[in-house]
Design a protein around this ligand. Structure first.
Ligand code: DAH
Length: 339
């Protein structure tokens, strides 16, 4: 029995030397130390051992078990270290490898122009308000002193939803809405989408405007001129010159249109400004007293001036875009050129 035990120990240690994985190690443990293992079998055979020999054999069994357990534990630890080292080596990261880079998003040219205009106006003390794009005929036309038979109401120009509801054709209706609820003096700008049934290289059915309205007791054409000159310098740069031409809008009296020196050629004349050196930019004027009165503002006490800027035209000019509609095709290759 003693020889048997020593043989088991010798065999087990020899086998242990050849064990290469934790699974193999576990199989070995089961083979020698498990319930049906070689050592356990010996213990079961203790009955046949002479009583006086039992303590000696028992001690030997324990010694063999202990040394096997220790050897297996040691082997297990070194196998685990080996496995960890192998994993560290195979999963190492090469920090010198160049990165794939990241695509950077950018704001849409129309958004950029709008942001610039809005922040310039905010710097000049204006509040920003927004209004409904689905508008009533009353605010879109009537309250802006555009009479029933005015050509701007033509079904071909406006997207009517019902007889009295349409997609707003300009941001001007917000003048009336704000005049009704605000107490003068106030200065507001209204950026937003507007809609007209028009589509060619300089018109899109959906476009954007920014409306401005200033109401106070002593507001004049001179204030309008000073304010717009300042705004144009902030948006296009110090050297920008302006030109005011007489115009007609039902909601302003007198009305003007404003031209700025072309930001591309600075007045020399180029493709963008069709050789004139000037760009027609916005409509403006002193608010028609009828507009104030219709919205409940005393036109003897208060005056106002207003302006409306088309945003797409500006985005086109500033980015050299020849066809307005390309701004809304969402072709990423096109938009990427205008970061
Ligand atoms: N609402 C006009 C348009 O769509 C633009 C405009 C002109 C707005 C003169 C104004 C203004 O506030 O005073 O074309």
């Amino acid at each position: 029995m003693k020889e048997q035990l020593l043989k088991i120990k010798e065999d087990a240690l020899k086998e242990l030397g050849g064990v290469k994985t934790l699974t193999e190690l576990n199989d070995l443990r089961v083979k020698y130390l498990g319930k049906a293992g070689a050592l356990t079998a010996i213990l079961r055979g203790m009955r046949e051992v002479a009583p006086e020999d039992r303590p000696i054999i028992g001690a030997l069994v324990n010694e063999v078990r202990e040394s096997l357990e220790n050897a297996i534990k040691e082997r297990g630890e070194s196998l685990e270290t080996e496995a960890l080292n192998a994993r560290l080596a195979s999963e190492s990261v090469d920090i010198t490898e160049p990165s794939r880079g990241q695509a950077r998003g950018a704001l849409h040219p129309v958004t950029r122009v709008l942001d610039k205009l809005i922040s310039s106006c905010v710097d000049m003390g204006f509040s920003v308000v927004q209004g409904p794009e689905v508008e009533t005929d009353y605010y879109n036309f009537e309250a802006m002193n555009i009479p029933k038979n005015h050509p701007a109401r033509d079904m071909q120009d406006s997207f009517y939803i019902t007889d009295s509801i349409l997609l707003r054709t300009h941001t001007s209706p917000m003048q009336a809405r704000e005049l009704e609820v605000r107490k003068p003096p106030f200065k507001i700008v209204v950026p937003g989408a507007t809609y007209r049934n028009d589509s060619d290289s300089t018109h899109s059915p959906v476009f954007h405007q920014m409306e401005g309205l200033v109401v106070d007791e002593h507001v004049s054409m001179a204030d309008l001129k000073i304010m717009l000159n300042e705004l144009m310098k902030r948006v296009f740069g110090e050297g920008t010159k302006t030109r005011f031409r007489p115009a007609f809008f039902p909601f302003t009296e007198p009305s003007i249109e404003l031209d700025v020196t072309c930001p591309t050629c600075h007045g020399e004349g180029c493709r963008i400004c069709k050789g004139t050196g000037w760009l027609e930019l916005l409509g403006a004027g002193v608010v028609n007293p009828k507009v104030l009165e219709m919205s409940g503002v005393d036109s003897r006490k208060y005056k106002g001036f207003a302006f409306g800027i088309g945003i797409e035209r500006l985005a086109m000019v500033l980015n050299g875009v020849p066809d307005l509609r390309t701004l809304f095709k969402n072709d990423i290759r096109f938009l990427n050129q205008m970061r």
